[in-house]
Write a protein that binds this ligand. Structure first.
Ligand code: GLY
Ligand code: MN
Ligand code: MN
Length: 449
């Protein structure tokens, strides 16, 4: 193996080969699947964003360089799996970074045959010729996708030769169905992502002090991620006081005051798999009565939702379980009026709880897979991974005289459905009030050597 870095390359060609074999079975000898790695993106002038391929591409290939096209063409003369990638280039490799090149694609990434990306145009006609169906994804590399469609019409109408497929089939649907059910191998990777994410949250709970800035607390998280050789799976949310009521607040720019609650939603990515944890805790280490009161409602909702996560249950049973607890709590503390059923029917709770309770979790933090099948909620199956993340947000501007004004709380765990219930991957981070306060009372020891 040329490069063992888990930030860049998979060291598990057999896992990816098995996935491609499943795709090849579905595609069949009269079909062909083509998938491009998402293009690099410019950040500013000479600086690009660090490259991360689209998850479908990584799932199928383990190949993490840009400018790559994977083709699965069962029975094709040059081999079933062909990878087009950047050619080796001594100059570019000095300035930019190492490349596998076609030889590396065959030696390390399981390609039966590999060619330089520039040669794709020479091969596309032959790859499509005589196949009944071409499996394509749309939206990841529009130029590539349009190029394949142009080739099809060129073969049909402009006498480019060959017999083009008559059918274009969605490759993403097929891959997303596979990705929805995690293998043991994938769950093991997700456990690693969750474990480092959990340690980062624990470090943040111990490090926070009144007067610190949100970005300083974010630095504590990111130190833990990077010290474990990982990176964030999505930009970290660190919001204190009223900022906790902005769901995707990522400025992380404000000082945190004595008496604020701070909400952290942050997770690490390990070999392409995301952790996604939210914890909410007091900047000064002690929950006030009002904070504790609202927090206990969210925590009870989190627990009820986890309890409802069982195989055979419809996906939204989790949300319904959380919602009932949240709404009952909102009525108890006087933020909502009427009965639980009335508030749920009228959706009056949306002023305080405006998001869903769960999303699929995997290579994408909001992972792929349909939530409904034929209009019905999908039934949970062992191996499905998702978050459980109820929250309550009382914006001060809408509730100026409430004792809960400017309190935002979310408690988010990652779970995998098992044969009998679910496995919580994020149990390592405390979420009970007493446990949080006890942890925060312990001195913080930076992991810095
Ligand atoms: N971190 C984004 C979310 O929880 O959905
Ligand atoms: Mn989430
Ligand atoms: Mn989250």
């Amino acid at each position: 193996m040329r490069d063992q870095s888990h930030l860049q390359h998979s060291d598990e060609p057999a896992v990816h080969a098995a996935r491609r074999a499943r795709v090849a079975d579905i595609v069949g000898r009269d079909g062909v699947a083509m998938l491009a790695a998402t293009p690099e993106r410019n950040r500013n002038n000479d600086v690009d964003y660090p490259y991360r391929p689209n998850s479908d591409f990584r799932y199928l290939t383990g190949f993490c360089e840009p400018e790559a096209i994977a083709v699965i063409a069962p029975g094709f003369e040059a081999g079933d799996y062909i990878l087009f990638c950047r050619a080796r280039n001594a100059d570019q490799e000095v300035w930019i970074g190492r490349r596998a090149g076609p030889d590396g694609a065959m030696a390390d990434y399981g390609a039966d045959q590999a060619f330089a990306i520039d040669e794709f145009e020479d091969w596309i006609g032959r790859l499509l010729d005589g196949r009944c169906r071409v499996y394509l994804s749309f939206g990841t590399h529009p130029e590539f996708e349009q190029g394949v469609l142009d080739q099809l019409s060129g073969m049909r109408s402009q006498g480019r030769g060959g017999v083009p497929p008559r059918e274009v089939v969605a490759l993403d649907g097929l891959l997303h169905d596979m990705r929805l059910r995690k293998s043991e191998h994938e769950v093991a990777l997700m456990r690693q992502a969750a474990a480092t994410s959990a340690r980062a949250h624990i470090a943040a709970m111990q490090a926070v002090r009144p007067g610190m800035y949100e970005y300083q607390l974010a630095a504590t998280l990111h130190y833990t991620f990077e010290n474990d050789g990982m990176h964030w799976a999505y930009p970290s949310i660190v919001g204190a006081g009223e900022n906790a009521c902005v769901l995707h607040y990522i400025e992380n720019s404000a000082p945190m005051a004595d008496g604020d609650l701070v909400l952290i939603d942050a997770g690490a990515e390990y070999r392409g798999y995301a952790g996604d944890i939210t914890r909410t805790f007091p900047v000064n280490g002690r929950f006030s009565d009002a904070q504790r009161e609202l927090y206990e409602i969210v925590l009870a909702a989190n627990r009820a939702a986890i309890e409802a996560a069982r195989p055979g249950e419809p996906m939204n049973a989790i949300h319904q379980a959380a919602l009932k607890v949240l709404v009952a709590g909102l009525i108890d503390v006087g933020l909502l009026e009427g009965t639980v059923d009335e508030a749920i029917d009228a959706e009056s709770y949306r002023a305080y709880f405006m998001h869903g309770t769960s999303h699929w979790l995997g290579m994408d933090v909001h992972d792929v897979g349909d939530y409904k099948v034929d209009g019905e909620w999908r039934l949970l199956e062992p191996g499905m991974a998702l978050t459980v993340e109820p929250g309550l947000y009382v914006r001060g501007q809408d509730n100026p005289s409430s004792r809960f004004a400017d309190i935002g709380i979310r408690v988010e765990d990652d779970i995998v459905i098992t044969e009998t219930g679910c496995d919580v991957l994020t149990v390592d981070v405390p979420k009970d009030v007493d446990e949080i306060e006890a942890l925060m009372a312990k001195p913080y020891r930076s992991e810095t050597p």
